[in-house]
Design a binder for this molecule. Sequence first.
Ligand SMILES: Cc1ncc(COP(=O)(O)O)c(C=O)c1O
Length: 339
Amino acid sequence: MIDLRSDTLTQPTEGMRRAIAAAAVGDDCYREDPTVLALEEATAEILGKEAALYMPSGTMSNQVAIHTHTNPGDEIGVGESCHLYMCEGGGPAVLSGVACRELPSDGGMFTGAAIRAAVRPNQVNFPQMTLVCVENTTNQGGGRVWPLTQLKEIVDTCRELGVATHMDGARIWNSAAAGGTTEAEIAAGFDSLSVCFSKGLGAPVGSALAGSRAFIERATRFRRICGGGMRQAGIIAAGALYALQNHRDRLQEDHTNARALAAGLATIAGIEIDVHTVETNLVFFEVTTMPAPALEEKLAANDILISACSPASLRAVTSLMVNANDIRTVLAGIATTMA
Ligand SMILES: Cc1ncc(COP(=O)(O)O)c(C=O)c1O
């Protein structure tokens, strides 16, 4: 079975399993888990922020950030189809009482001008935009990498308008690897970031929220309310720490495999793909000769798992679970099925 449905499906590597087995633990609600503390410190350092807080999931990390930045009745500016708006169960409305305002986007990315156009006059009848959220890399936007100049424009615009900034950096590691930048350069100026260890980095569980020490102290209270205060969490944090220390350097491999997949798909009749938009490990493509769910089903019967994400499109994701050989097998399988 070759599984390209998601980079969240990875299995722990041998080294990671050894690190998990050997983890020193304590009660993290007492802040006595050395492995969680080490993970938080390493994450904050890589992101160039004062502090970080271990979270059970990227969803909780994003939603705690939104709650900590906003008040009920506020509006938050988000990219089209971004995860914290489209795929977190309406969390901003349920948990924080805020409305999401989609900003016109290209590949999930928007501009400072789009923010300016969306911010409403400061009158009692208008909801006020108090937070803008950037997703980097973009997920439904195609795994795109925000250029540093565009991120700076967002940060500068928001500062001028008095709007806070949050980055959903679930795949910030892919963004840094593909863009040839550091995570701290990407994070510069953002008030908070959520990062995931359980996607391309291959850890079984966990994310982190990073920001100023004062922000993280406030966020810790809402994490507790959400049930995210964990006890001997070092057991899972050890996998995340191992992933952070050992799996960032190999992400280029996933990107090379994704580009090879895209290039191969472009040669198959009945498939449409813009290879230039494949920058990281997410490969979106359209199928014109059969419904995408039908292709998904036929491939699954041949031990190739790729998810249809609309009636006409599919998403394939590379990760440490697939190698260059697997990509060749997948391309041969798709070519045969399409023929
Ligand atoms: C961009 C993005 N943000 C946040 C999340 C949420 O992460 P989790 O599944 O750990 O809650 C995901 C999950 O796939 C994601 O792709």
